[in-house]
Design a protein around this ligand. Structure first.
Ligand code: CMC
Length: 427
């Protein structure tokens, strides 16, 4: 193991710190005893150079533009596996070994997808128009009262039950939050429909579970729609120590109920710098309104006196094209060809924004590329998903990642409460 030395030029003291070899990516310096040994601490606002934990769940190579879940490339998982298989990979270490195991897991989630009637009453108490991210976070917090025993989990069975329960219930909760916000009656899960299909069904069905009737008959949920949403969920399943995952870990570090920690993660995800960007991208593309206005908006994004930012662009870790955005861009074109019609006008504006930005010195110098949120909104709109559900969809996708990260934290006997220091500049 190598070491790195820190020399205090004021006192000439020298301190050695161990270098950690990560299994992938750059090495790290173990500064955990910096304060005890050198009497000083590090300053790193936004934690751009700081790791807060060890992890084996996902890996991002920001230079290459690569994302791995448990060592599997995200593109391969999207192409070959269902989202529920990826959930199993993240919370249970392994992908299902065959079709039977995959179906069994999906079936288990279907059986767990129903909500306690008390929770349903809670959702109906929220006002019309309430943003589903706000009501969802409240609902998940209340889930901790219904499954209070998860506060003191003891073994792998307990961990799995906790994770499977919330992964199964979150689509139902998103659908209920949405339906209440528009004054529509709740549609209970249909045990005969798979995880992703069930979600679309709970959003779309009329009372008594009937789907839309057209002159040609019942408008069924198509396998193309299910497949597309499944891929979107997988692309969001985990992403290292992003703001919401870090929030989940930080809150869990106090020993709180796991669903309280996840509720906090949902709140952290809502912000436009994080998961809330997908909703803002669509708003921004509509504001641009025409390809001829793209230059004007790009100029605004570059203007340091203007707080305007190009939504769906830039990332703390990726200094290359976000691999998730690449998959989504292709998916958008593929779905359009196969009959899920995209909004061509918005699509053209998005493509023009990308083209102009990627050839502009400002974006090139700063390595600003489209991120996962740039194209997702166009696809979700084509799947008839209302805009206010874009970030809740991110929540459904990210749930296995949050569960896996939370479990990794609480299973680690050396994990400590999160308690950073401050550079005090006050009186
Ligand atoms: N438009 C214009 N300039 C930008 C943008 C942007 N979208 N993103 C970064 N920059 C500039 C920024 O002004 C700064 O310039 P300078 O060096 O001259 O001060 C430089 O690029 C570095 O930016 P930063 O703010 O220091 O980078 P960060 O790592 O702190 O922030 C970010 C990352 C994602 C919050 C930021 O790029 C951003 O606000 N993007 C728009 C919102 C967005 O799309 N968020 C979704 C992120 S991906 C989904 C997820 O995982 O959450």
């Amino acid at each position: 193991m190598g070491t790195i030395s820190l020399i205090n030029n004021e006192t000439n003291e020298k301190f050695d710190f161990n270098i950690i070899n990560c299994t992938r990516g750059p090495k790290a310096v173990d500064f955990s005893k910096l304060f005890e040994t050198a009497g000083i601490f590090s300053y790193d606002p936004g934690y751009g150079s700081t790791a807060g934990c060890e992890s084996t769940i996902s890996y991002i190579d920001g230079k290459k533009g690569e994302l791995l879940y448990k060592g599997h490339k995200v593109e391969e998982l999207v192409a070959k596996y269902k989202f529920t298989d990826v959930c199993k990979l993240l919370i249970n270490e392994e992908l299902p070994k065959d079709e039977k195991e995959s179906k069994e897991f999906d079936l288990e989630l279907r059986h767990r997808s129903f909500l306690h009637e008390g929770l349903i009453n809670l959702f109906s108490a929220f006002p019309d128009g309430a943003h589903p991210m706000a009501t969802l976070s409240s609902g998940v917090s209340v889930l901790s009262t219904l499954y209070f025993d998860h506060k003191d989990m003891e073994d792998e069975d307990d961990y799995q039950t906790m994770a499977r329960r919330i992964i199964a219930k979150i689509p139902t909760m998103v659908a209920f939050c949405y339906r209440n916000s528009v004054g529509a009656p709740f549609i209970y899960p249909d045990i005969q429909r798979s995880y992703v299909e069930n979600f679309l069904y709970m959003l779309r069905a009329y009372p008594h579970g009937k789907l839309k009737q057209t002159i040609k008959g019942t408008e069924e949920i198509t396998s193309l729609e299910i497949e597309a949403l499944d891929k979107i969920f997988t692309l969001h399943a985990d992403h290292g120590q992003n703001a919401s995952t870090t929030t989940v870990r930080n809150v869990a570090s106090t020993g709180v109920h796991p669903y309280a920690a996840i509720a906090a993660g949902i709140s952290a995800l809502w912000g436009p710098a994080h998961g809330g960007a997908n909703e803002k991208v669509l708003k921004q593309l509509n504001e641009i309104g025409d390809v001829k206005n793209v230059d004007k908006f790009i100029d605004r994004a570059k203007d340091k006196n203007d707080p305007f930012r190009l939504m769906g662009f830039g990332h703390r870790v990726y200094k290359n094209y976000d691999p998730r955005a690449k998959v989504l861009k292709n998916l958008k074109d593929e779905l359009d060809k196969k009959g899920i019609r995209m909004d061509h006008h918005l699509s053209e504006i998005a493509q023009k924004v990308e083209e102009v930005a990627l050839s502009d010195e400002y974006f090139i110098e700063r390595n600003l590329y489209p991120n996962v949120d740039f194209y997702s909104g166009i696809i979700l709109t084509a799947l008839k998903i209302p805009t206010q559900l874009f970030t809740p969809i991110f929540v459904i996708g990210r749930m296995p990642g949050w569960c896996a990260q939370l479990l990794e934290h609480i299973k680690n006997p050396h994990a400590r409460i999160t308690r950073p220091r401050q550079v005090y500049l006050g009186k």
